[in-house]
Design a protein around this ligand. Sequence first.
Ligand SMILES: *[C@@H]1O[C@H](CO)[C@@H](O)[C@H](O)[C@H]1NC(C)=O
Ligand SMILES: *[C@@H]1O[C@H](CO)[C@@H](O)[C@H](O)[C@H]1NC(C)=O
Ligand SMILES: *[C@@H]1O[C@H](CO)[C@@H](O)[C@H](O)[C@H]1NC(C)=O
Length: 395
Amino acid sequence: MSLVKLSLFLLFCVCCEAQLRKEAFMTVPNLIRAAGYPIEKHRVTTQDGYVLQMHRIPAGRRSARRTGDPGAKGKKAILIVHGLIGSSGDFVIMGPERSLAYLLADYGYDVWLGNLRGTVYSTHRNLTRSDPKFWEFSFHEHGKHDLPTMVDGVLNVTGLPKVMFVGYSMGTTSFFTMMALKPEYNDKVISFVALAPAVFMDNIRPLATLFMNLDFANIMRSQGTLSLDPQVLQRLIAALCNPRQPEYDLCTNVLFTLVGEDYEQNDVEMMPIYMHRIQPAAWRQLEHFAKIAITGVFQTWSGGLAIPGKPYNLTNVKVPVSLLYGENDQLTDKIQIMRLADQLKSTGTLEDVRPGCSWPKFNHLDFVFAKDVGTLFNKPLIKHIDTLYNKYGPE
Ligand SMILES: *[C@@H]1O[C@H](CO)[C@@H](O)[C@H](O)[C@H]1NC(C)=O
Ligand SMILES: *[C@@H]1O[C@H](CO)[C@@H](O)[C@H](O)[C@H]1NC(C)=O
Ligand SMILES: *[C@@H]1O[C@H](CO)[C@@H](O)[C@H](O)[C@H]1NC(C)=O
């Protein structure tokens, strides 16, 4: 290779890395703006004082260019809520033609991305993030406060009576919790599409038991570590992992044990970008999931694993629900999702339960991060959403 070629190649590499870094550190609104979509930020405040920033994409890329007016009057509104250690960024991170939010906006939807308490897009009126009280929450509070407030926020701004709702992983746990605690919200939702629903989790009982037996959360709390800190996680990953060679990488292998192995759909180029976008988790979130997994009952935390909680009443869910699972998802596995399906069927609200896509290795993360998530999953998903909208939406 000539010296010129070599230096051009090196320059190219440096630019690539710089590009990755830039994307990794961009806020979600800046990422959306850079992709050429209109973006609005809306702040909503929960009854218990958390201020949540919602990200709205009111129009598609082409229509925004053509009219210069990102108006969303008369459009179908849809609210999408992320999972544990995720944020609104999960639905734009793969870029146009791949990520759900962009595809929906291009398809004509008025897209609202939620951010739950704990993400970098949340603050509290009275508490700082270094106050232990800030971190006293699990999906119980997401369901009781965050989701109802975000639903009301969408309805307030759009003037619509109802919104379509999509949840991913813990976003679904939070949805079922909301309906159990506040069934009046059935009247504000058209239909619910649950991606990798996490309600029964008996399959992770061994891991949950280990986590609780080690008393991990309490040890961390007693040392002043208030949350699962993404920076610590990132440092650990940087020291131990080599995601560019996933087949030989310890971390990828550990991760795949948890979420299901799928080397083919693992986008190596995107790894450094996700790493920087990981959101903090409250210990209580993990403890509450552990309680569900260990007891096999979808119930409240109520102060501890050993304390009997109050079961969340799934009979209160009245809107049509679709459950989409990954054939190779080891975290929210099919058997547990079928158990949820049986309950919803018995109360007459189960619309559909089926694999999210035909790819047999589709795992827990593929719902948002698969290399071909646009064609494999999101485009068929939008057809499904549109069918539901036409069936149950306003005339
Ligand atoms: C925040 O502080 C104000 C004044 O100190 C108090 O009135 C209010 O109830 C507090 N709000 C919350 C959510 O704690
Ligand atoms: C919605 O609007 C009502 C009336 O203007 C207001 O009281 C309420 O706080 C708003 N809710 C949200 C979540 O924005
Ligand atoms: C659950 O909710 C339904 C109504 O949606 C009610 O009939 C039933 O009694 C409730 N079950 C419990 C255990 O509270």
